[in-house]
Design a protein around this ligand. Structure first.
Ligand code: PEP
Ligand code: MG
Length: 328
């Protein structure tokens, strides 16, 4: 089995009938990049930059952020690296920002992620400067967390242009053209406004973890309601389908980087819905690739269509299990 997995690393992620799927890795810290490359990741679909801010008292400087990102980018040797701006707040806290995050009765609905970056502009500007400098060492895409409106994307784009101008004045090298800017689809409102967001975004990355939480109003870290948390809920699937169709219509790339991307059980459904890239923990890559290579894309599309007609989660899970049993 270990040998078989090693052999898999060199094989392409392609279905039996020739549909190519992009397999990317999620990572939290630079030291994980070697594992991603070793597991055969074609790029990094999600760098969770907030981990550079957690478990410490101070804020990382622009230089420190630059060095960490550069290490990841160089480790991927030209393959694309998708860097998500800070996603602090909610379940992810940083001592250095304690005061600014403030107290909130509903932190998941509060000053989180892009909202924090847009209010504390020095955080955003410093991070964008580090990203732009690091981007000269490879291929970089910028990803924005918890976007809920077109205006937020426009504000970040303006900030990016300003920071680039400032860097150039400082004599620093900046990539030309600037990196592409994409948004996380993880708030139900963003999924429903996907066609509008596609007009201002270069790509979408569906965050199914938060999308499930916000759609079903179930805290993803709350044990008492954990049994209700299910990404196969028809409401979640419809939002994924809606956002995917909007992306495909607009001709922008669509990936998914929540936990379901790394679970081979969901692979036929996600491919069948039209998702092009899957981004996951490096350790999940071989098994998902194996599943892709055993799937018929046309059959997966039919399976997805059948699933989207269902209203019962149990029935949806059964249809998926049946499909997977045939594709072992
Ligand atoms: C998600 O919400 O699905 C996601 C990938 O982001 P995170 O897990 O970092 O919140
Ligand atoms: Mg998220």
């Amino acid at each position: 089995d270990v040998k078989q997995l090693a052999r898999l690393r060199k094989l392409p992620a392609v279905t039996r009938d020739g549909r190519r799927v992009g397999l990317l890795a999620n990572l939290e810290l630079p030291r994980e990049v070697a594992m991603a490359a070793q597991a055969g990741a074609e790029g990094i679909g999600l760098v969770r930059t907030e981990f550079l801010f957690m478990n410490r008292e101070d804020l990382p400087s622009e230089d420190e952020q630059y060095r960490a990102l550069r290490e990841i980018i160089e480790g991927m040797e030209g393959r694309p690296v998708t860097i998500r701006t800070l996603d602090l707040g909610g379940d992810k806290l940083a001592v250095s920002l304690g005061d600014r995050l403030g107290e909130s009765a509903n932190p998941a609905l509060g000053l989180r992620a892009i909202r924090l970056s847009l209010r504390e502009r020095h955080l955003l500007d410093t991070q964008l400067a580090a990203i732009l400098r690091a981007a000269t060492h490879g291929t970089v895409r910028i990803l924005l967390p918890m976007i809920s409106s077109v205006g937020e994307v426009k504000q970040v784009r303006e900030a990016l242009v300003q920071v680039a101008r400032r860097l150039k004045r400082r004599g620093a090298k900046v990539p030309d053209p600037l990196p592409s800017v994409g948004v996380m689809i993880e708030v139900p409102g963003a999924a429903l406004a996907a066609d509008a967001l596609a007009q201002v975004s270069d790509f979408f990355a569906i965050g199914s973890n938060d999308l499930t939480m916000y759609t079903l109003a179930i805290d993803r870290g709350e044990e008492q309601v954990a049994h209700l948390y299910n990404p196969l809920h028809p409401a979640v699937l419809r939002l994924i389908q809606f956002a995917t169709e909007a992306a495909l219509r607009s001709g922008i790339q669509i990936s998914i980087c929540g936990e379901i991307a790394g679970d081979p059980r969901y692979t036929p459904l996600l491919l069948g819905l039209g998702i092009q890239d899957l981004s996951m923990a490096s350790t999940s890559l071989p098994r998902v690739k194996q599943r892709i290579r055993n799937i018929d894309f046309v059959a997966a599309t039919r399976c997805a269509r059948l699933i989207m007609d269902q209203s019962d989660m149990g029935r949806i899970a059964m249809l998926l299990d049946d499909f997977n049993a045939l594709a072992m």
